[in-house]
Design a protein around this ligand. Structure first.
Ligand code: ATR
Length: 290
């Protein structure tokens, strides 16, 4: 049964003659810092696509309105960032399997009266790790955090057939709730303290700790045991977690800029069918950061 919102969308998408440039948006709050418009404009130039991609600040509680107005004005798709990923999920008529598992979407596609939802964060993360030659198959992976950022990447990590995927979180119940969705005995949930005497090959920070200035309660010996540490956060300065890992001699410390470009590339491919080259765009963004 469709809601009146979905009926409205179907009517708009079925009756519109497309003679303007395809419109794309990234919706969030805040959004001013978003690099997505730059990334998608670069992808469009590189692949000779004619599209207009802009960021749009959406007032809390007005997400439906923003989607409606985009669809009414030649909107073909949108990226969605915090705090609207769950609301976007709820608006979709159809969802990818990985979006269903994540319970959130970052990519909406408007086509033939239908809103399709997908999540590309996991692809972005895995692609970036593999681009850095980090081995995931048969590896013991520790994922720190159990919020939206962590949820969005679990399925993609499991698809790489790790030996184990351990989700550690300050609030254990949230990590336990995630693993219930995966009938896979390689996945488990722990507290940070539980990880103290364990060793891992790859440690991925999906908490918001890098943003808040607090430090992660992960033992030095646990960090030291890994060959790669990844932080989904990026910035001009290396995060405290990556600095700590580097000081402890971890061979590879990687920030989340490549994940950002990778998730954008996967969205771009969903919309246009073209897989853009991430390397020049990543290099340009890296240069802007330094
Ligand atoms: P996001 O969508 O970015 O993942 P979120 O859903 O608010 O944001 O999740 C934030 C994550 O960072 C959670 O795993 C949170 O732990 P809790 O589930 O226990 O709240 C984690 N986090 C935030 N601040 C933290 C801190 N100071 N120490 C440890 N973990 C923290």
């Amino acid at each position: 049964m469709y809601s009146s919102f979905n009926n409205w969308v179907r009517l708009q998408l079925n009756t519109k003659a497309s003679n303007l440039m395809d419109q794309y948006r990234v919706f969030g709050n805040p959004i001013a810092q978003s690099k997505s418009p730059f990334i998608h404009q670069q992808f469009a130039l590189q692949t000779k696509q004619s599209l207009n991609y802009q960021s749009e600040l959406v007032e809390l509680g007005k997400f439906d309105v923003a989607i409606k107005s985009l669809i009414a004005t030649e909107g073909k798709g949108a990226n969605v960032t915090a705090p609207f990923k769950e609301q976007a999920f709820a608006l979709c008529d159809e969802l990818s399997e990985r979006a269903k598992l994540a319970g959130a979407v970052n990519t909406l596609t408007f086509s033939e009266g239908i809103i399709y939802g997908d999540t590309t964060d996991g692809i972005g993360l895995v692609t970036d790790l593999l681009n850095h030659k980090v081995q995931l198959r048969n590896s013991r992976i520790l994922l720190l955090g159990a919020g939206g950022a962590a949820k969005g990447v679990v399925q993609s990590l499991l698809e790489q057939s790790p030996k184990s995927l351990t989700i550690a979180n300050r609030t254990l119940s949230k990590a336990q709730a995630i693993i219930q969705h995966y009938p896979d005995n390689t996945i488990s949930a722990l507290t940070f303290a539980d990880t103290e005497h364990l060793t891992f090959d790859v440690i991925i920070n999906a908490t918001s700790v890098g943003l808040s200035g607090a430090s992660l309660p992960i033992a030095n010996q646990t960090i030291k045991s890994s060959v790669a540490c990844y932080d989904m956060v990026y910035g001009r300065e290396q995060t405290d977690f990556l600095k700590q890992a580097k000081n402890l001699g971890v061979a590879q410390v990687i920030d989340g800029l490549g994940m950002l470009v990778g998730q954008a590339a996967a969205s771009f491919q969903i919309w246009t069918g073209i897989n853009p080259d991430v390397d020049p765009v990543l290099a340009a963004l890296r240069a802007q950061l330094t």
